[in-house]
Design a protein around this ligand. Structure first.
Ligand code: SF4
Length: 409
């Protein structure tokens, strides 16, 4: 099944953030933000490289003082990804960031309020071909809008804030815009983006602001962004987590991969939840496998299964996997047993075969197993029979429970 076909994208205009296209049918991109002082050029660049390595396509840095703008002048030419400058209250920082060569600005309409300042920034961006994100934030709405909507942050108020800002840009003929309307409430964020997507075709930057630390922060951001992405809304995304921003970039990349909106870059590790039939500590082995694969760029689905009775069958759609049985690991490729290794070599074997398969393909992996696969299948059969003999075929006592339920009926 073509997964992307399940989530047709809403049509938007396209803007370029440096060499990265946003909107207009371009792949949905991942953003994150540095937590260093932007004046600390080396520290910030280190973090930008880490973010790019974890999946960020675009990185934002704060530009809150002149020293930060000067830092940006040195960071931008050495960055592996386009840089967005985050502007707070001073429009002059926006002009300084443009002088530093940034690829995009982010303005919060609640913070830069004077129309002449907003227009001056838009004009300067227009001269340089630099886009602007209108970043409306539920927590910093313009006081007039807040009052207009009954002293409450509403989806309508956030959308109106974005439209007001766009009207200023219109006056100076500037339209290289992307927009975000983030709130810390997931339902409010979803509603605001839905309304916004009805009234504009500018690309949208998704996020749930101040989502908090993982795991709840990740969950909130995922709930909001995944809902919208599944509706075709959103052209670029950012997780706002109270955590190392590398986690933001990684989560963003993974969300797009699991939704089928970006090609898989790293291993997709699947694992059974374990049960009474497991012959290893599945949680431990799965975690060790995750750590061993780390950031290796192996775009395969790899399974860790707790028993050889059901493991290979349940994970037959994985590219390869390993299932435990009688203190040994049964390695399988596309559902076919290929090798047997001692239990303490399971993780290393999995990584080594994944690398081989990534480099040479599944057919070569099956060819590699030509001389071992018959013995591997027999060993798997033995361990399966032994497990069934010891634990029976109702290890989770489901049949007993069903019998009990029927008796009560
Ligand atoms: S039956 Fe086997 S593969 Fe399935 S959950 Fe239990 S241990 Fe894991």
């Amino acid at each position: 099944m073509d997964v992307t076909a399940s989530f047709p994208r809403r049509e938007t205009r396209q803007i370029m953030v440096g060499n990265v296209a946003v909107g207009g049918g371009a792949p949905v991109t991942v953003q994150s933000m540095t937590t260093t002082k932007t004046a600390d050029v080396e520290g910030t660049l280190r973090q930008i490289y880490a973010l790019a390595g974890a999946g960020a396509d675009i990185v934002r840095c704060t530009c809150n003082e002149l020293a930060a703008a000067e830092g940006l002048a040195q960071i931008v030419p050495r960055s592996p990804v386009p840089i967005v400058a985050d502007i707070h209250h001073q429009y002059k920082m926006a002009l300084a960031a443009l002088d530093a060569g940034v690829h995009c600005l982010r303005l919060n309409p609640g913070n830069i309020k004077r129309p002449e300042h907003i227009k001056a920034v838009a004009e300067a961006c227009g001269e340089r071909g630099v886009p602007i994100r209108i970043g409306v934030n539920g927590g910093s709405l313009h006081p007039d809008l807040y009052a207009k909507y009954g002293d409450k942050v509403t989806a309508e108020a956030m959308v109106e804030s974005a439209l007001q800002e766009m009207a200023y840009f219109d006056e100076v003929g500037f339209d290289r815009i992307k927009i975000s309307v983030k709130a810390s409430s997931v339902p409010l964020t979803i509603e605001a983006y839905r309304q916004l997507s009805e009234v504009t075709d500018h690309p949208l930057h998704l996020g749930v602001t101040e989502a908090g630390p993982p795991p709840i922060g990740t969950l909130k951001a995922t709930a909001g962004m995944a809902t919208l992405l599944a509706e075709g809304i959103g052209d670029t995304i950012r997780y706002s987590l109270t955590a190392d921003p590398v986690e933001e970039a990684r989560a963003g990349r993974q969300l797009l991969e699991v939704l089928g909106l970006r090609e898989r870059k790293n291993v997709d590790l699947i694992a059974c939840p374990s049960c009474g039939r497991a012959e290893i500590d599945v949680f431990d082995v799965a975690q060790r496998a995750l750590d061993a694969f780390g950031e290796r760029q192996i775009p395969l689905q790899v399974a860790v299964m707790g028993c050889v009775v059901n493991g290979p069958g349940e994970a037959r759609d994985a590219d390869l996997g390993i299932a435990a049985g009688n203190r040994r690991g049964h390695l399988f490729v596309r559902g076919q047993n290929v090798a047997v290794v001692p239990e303490d070599e399971m993780v290393d074997t999995l990584v080594e075969w994944a690398e081989f398969m990534h480099e040479h393909g599944a057919d070569a992996a099956l060819e590699r197993a030509k001389s071992t696969k018959d013995a591997a299948r027999r060993a798997a059969d033995e361990d399966r029979d032994r497990n069934l003999g010891e634990r029976g075929d109702d290890v989770n006592h489901a049949a007993t429970a069903v019998e009990l339920i029927r008796k009560r009926a």
